[in-house]
Design a protein. Sequence first.
Length: 476
Amino acid sequence: MTTSHYIAGRWVEGQGSDCISVNDPALGQPFAELMAASVAQVDQAVTAARGALPAWKNTSASERAAYLRGFAEQLGQRREALITLQMRNNGKPRHEAEIDLDDAIATFGYYAELAEQLPSKNRDVPLAAPGFSARTRLEPVGVVGLIVPWNFPLVTSAWKLAPALAAGCTVVLKPSEVTPLIEQAYGQIADALELPAGVLNIVNGKAETGAALSNHNGLDKLSFTGSNSVGSQVMRSASAQCRPVTLELGGKSAIVVFDDCDVGQAVEWIVAGITWNAGQMCSATSRLLVQDGIADALLPRLQVALENLRVGNPLTEEVDMGPLTSQAQWLKVAGYFATAREEGLQCLAGGKALDRDGWFVSPTLYADVPKDSRLWTEEIFGPVLCARRFATEEQAIAEANDSRFGLVATVCSADLERAERVADALEVGHVWINSVQAVFVETSWGGTKGSGIGRELGPWGLSAYQSVKHVTRCLG
Ligand code: NAD
């Protein structure tokens, strides 16, 4: 049992009723367990954040920047432990776990810089009308609840924590019950930096704990990353209290490959877009649209590339792809394999769970998938790629946009003018041209349509935790 809740600057044991098993997905076995926080403990965390707010929001921006730099530095000092824990609990290959850690470090460093620039943003507004002056003040939104999923625990939490603290907000973070140990590093770092008690609180638990946080009337805002079904519940509780919400939800993103591409290069991009993190990415490019002129050359190469991936336990083997992170996810993906068989889809690679311990599946490719197939339209969240062919640019754009989601897309073409034109026409929050899953802290993250509300990262990620005030004065 681990004391795993950080409330008002103290580590406490959970008093909830749920016992949470922390699993090694490569073995399908637990290696730790903890008791969830109770509803009363969630309330204590919100109360602590509320109590810490007046002093924290009045710290100077440079003081907050120093704390954020401290977070970046201390994450670096815990490098090996955090990489190993992500490999063990998420099943991430080492190089992916390293990239996640580096992303989190970069995020804290970036928002330290933006925090330092905050005083210069509070400036006078030129008015056309005479006799008045006006000035802008960017104020913290207040106490924010942060609810996150399990697929990129260090990163998703950093994308919320760093801008929230930079803005002067105090926070209660609820990590996923699937990966409840990784974000404890943020509490340990808060301790090491002597961050004032209550500025950062962490409560672990399942849906009950998340609901207790999202329903709490002591929050000024909630920022949620996760599934559409839970996102809509979170939005309902936000609407009941008329408070703002940021939602980062699911995706079913397209990768569009034109026939002027180098086949080998295109295969690399396609494989990375669907097998990184074993496909458990909101931004997985899981719908392949391939132009007629290249499809017959590309699909067999893609099949071989997927079949040749080294799938295994990242802690004991050199692997390209690890297991799925949870048994629930493994069962869900296996359910889609069954649906594909029922629908009579043409399976070119994979389509099955691996016959070994742990929650492994084969990288999978279905070809010529009908537009109304559940595998074409629903988010699977695993290494399952569906392909369709297209003839013209217009057709590719129409098919890519024909989705209730709108998170990201990738466009692969040697004709950069065309690639830019297609990127402009795609109804998503982020497009990669001739690259895949490259996320930079300076650019925004978030989706259109069913993929969410609001943006993270960049200056937009900071604005999400700020309230704009204007002070207008009569000069007469
Ligand atoms: P999930 O919605 O099941 O859980 C997310 C979080 O919500 C967890 O911490 C969970 O405990 C909590 N929760 C569960 N029920 C709740 C409730 N009733 N009230 C409040 N909180 C509750 O999602 P998941 O399975 O952890 O993550 C996978 C999903 O996340 C996928 O749909 C994926 O696309 C999405 N995701 C989106 C992004 C993005 O940036 N758009 C990033 C990562 C993951």
